[in-house]
Design a binder for this molecule. Structure first.
Ligand SMILES: NC(=O)c1ccc[n+]([C@@H]2O[C@H](COP(=O)([O-])OP(=O)(O)OC[C@H]3O[C@@H](n4cnc5c(N)ncnc54)[C@H](OP(=O)(O)O)[C@@H]3O)[C@@H](O)[C@H]2O)c1
Length: 302
C-alpha cells in the first residue's frame, strides 16, 4: 500500500528529449524549404505581373522596377531565415547550450581535482590528529564496572547475592540511575523485576531469548558496549562471567568491598594494581541496618 513510487527510467526521458529535438529541427528545415519555394514562385509571379501584365510598370525608383526591390527585401528575409535555422538554432539552440555547459562543467571538475591534489600534497592532514580524535570519541563514554565483593572476592552463590546492605543498594541506585546497565543472562534472571529508570542490556548466546519490552538483548559484551554508545557512563553490573570479560574494556570500577570472607560460587576477578589506581575510599561501619562493615572504593584505569 505504501510501496515506493515507480521511477521513470532516466534513459527514456533522455531519448524522448532527443526525439523532440530532432522533430523540432525537421520542422524548422521544412518551414525554410517551403519559404524558399514560396520565394521562388512569388518572385516569378512578381516578375510576370510587372513584365507580362504591366502591373506598376511606371513605378520605378532610381530607374529600377519596384518588383526588384520587393524581391531583394524578400531575399533578405529568406537569408535571415536561413541564418536562424543553420546558425542561431544550430549553434545557440538548447543542444548547443547544453554542450557548452557540459564542456564548462568538465573543465571545472578537472580544475577542482587538480586543486584537491595540490592541497593534499602541500597541506597533508596529520594522521596522528585523526587517531587522537577517534580515540576521544571512543572514550567519550566511561565504561564503569559496579560490584560488591567480599574480602575473598565472593560476589554470589546459587545465583543470588550473599548479603543485604541497604546503603550499598542506595549507592548502586543513585550511580546507575538513568544509565544503561549491562549484565549477563544469569544476573538478569536473578532480579525479581526490572530496575526502574535504567535501560537493561542483557548478554546471552541464545538467539531467541525472550525479554520484556524495552530490554535490549545482545550476543556479546562488545555488542553491548556498542548499543550503549549514546550513554556517557554505561554500567557493567555483573555477574562473574561478564566481569571477567569486562576488566580489559572498562575505564572505572566502583567496588563495594564487604569486609568479610564468604562462601560463594561466583567471584570477582583480582584487581591488578599495575593497571588500576585507587582514587577514592570511604569506609562504612556495620550497624543495625548493616551486618558487615564495608568500603566504597573507586578505581580508574592508569
Ligand atoms: N555482588 C555483585 O555485585 C553481583 C552483581 C551481579 C551478579 N552477582 C552474582 O553473580 C552471579 C551470576 O554471575 P554468573 O557469572 O553466574 O553469570 P552472568 O555473568 O550473570 O551471566 C552469564 C551468562 O551470560 C551470557 N554470556 C556470558 N558471556 C557471554 C558472551 N561472551 N557472549 C554471549 N553471552 C555471554 C551467557 O548467557 P547464556 O547462557 O544465556 O548464553 C552466560 O550463561 C549471581 O550469583 C549473582 O547474584 C553479583
Amino acid at each position: 500500500m505504501f510501496g515506493k513510487k515507480k521511477e521513470i527510467p532516466q534513459i527514456d526521458k533522455d531519448q524522448l528529449e532527443l526525439i523532440q529535438n530532432a522533430q523540432h529541427r525537421v520542422k524548422q528545415k521544412k518551414r525554410l524549404y517551403i519559404h524558399f519555394v514560396v520565394f521562388l514562385i512569388g518572385s516569378i509571379l512578381l516578375i510576370l505581373a510587372n513584365v507580362v501584365f504591366g502591373i506598376g510598370k511606371d513605378n520605378k525608383f532610381l530607374d529600377i522596377d519596384w518588383f526588384v526591390f520587393v524581391i531583394f527585401i524578400w531575399l533578405f528575409f529568406l537569408l535571415y531565415h536561413v541564418f536562424n535555422v543553420y546558425i542561431t538554432h544550430k549553434f545557440m539552440g538548447k543542444d548547443w547550450e547544453q554542450k557548452q555547459l557540459d564542456k564548462l562543467i568538465t573543465q571545472q571538475q578537472k580544475r577542482i581535482e587538480q586543486l584537491q591534489q595540490r592541497v593534499k600534497k602541500e597541506y597533508p592532514i596529520p594522521t596522528e590528529k585523526i587517531v587522537d580524535s577517534e580515540k576521544k570519541t571512543k572514550n567519550a563514554s566511561e565504561i564503569t564496572i559496579i560490584v560488591a565483593a567480599g574480602e575473598n572476592d565472593a560476589i554470589g552463590k546459587d545465583n543470588k547475592l550473599i548479603w543485604h546492605l541497604s546503603d550499598d543498594l542506595k549507592r548502586f541506585k543513585s550511580l546507575t540511575n538513568g544509565h544503561h546497565i549491562i549484565m549477563g543472562r544469569k544476573t538478569f534472571e536473578s532480579f525479581p523485576k526490572l530496575l526502574p529508570n535504567r535501560t537493561h542490556v542483557i548478554i546471552t548466546r541464545q538467539t531467541h531469548y525472550k525479554v520484556p519490552e524495552g530490554v535490549i538483548v545482545v550476543n556479546s559484551l562488545k555488542e553491548a558496549i556498542n548499543v550503549t554508545q549514546s550513554d556517557t557512563q554505561p554500567f557493567i553490573i555483573g555477574g562473574g562471567e561478564i566481569y571477567k570479560q569486562a576488566m580489559t574494556l572498562a575505564d572505572k570500577i566502583e567496588l563495594t568491598r564487604v569486609h568479610e570472607n564468604f562462601e560463594a560460587d561466583t567471584f570477582f576477578p583480582k584487581i591488578d594494581m599495575s593497571i588500576w589506581k585507587e582514587t577514592s575510599n570511604t569506609f562504612h561501619d556495620k550497624d543495625d541496618k548493616h551486618d558487615y562493615a564495608f568500603s566504597f572504593l573507586t578505581y580508574l584505569k592508569k
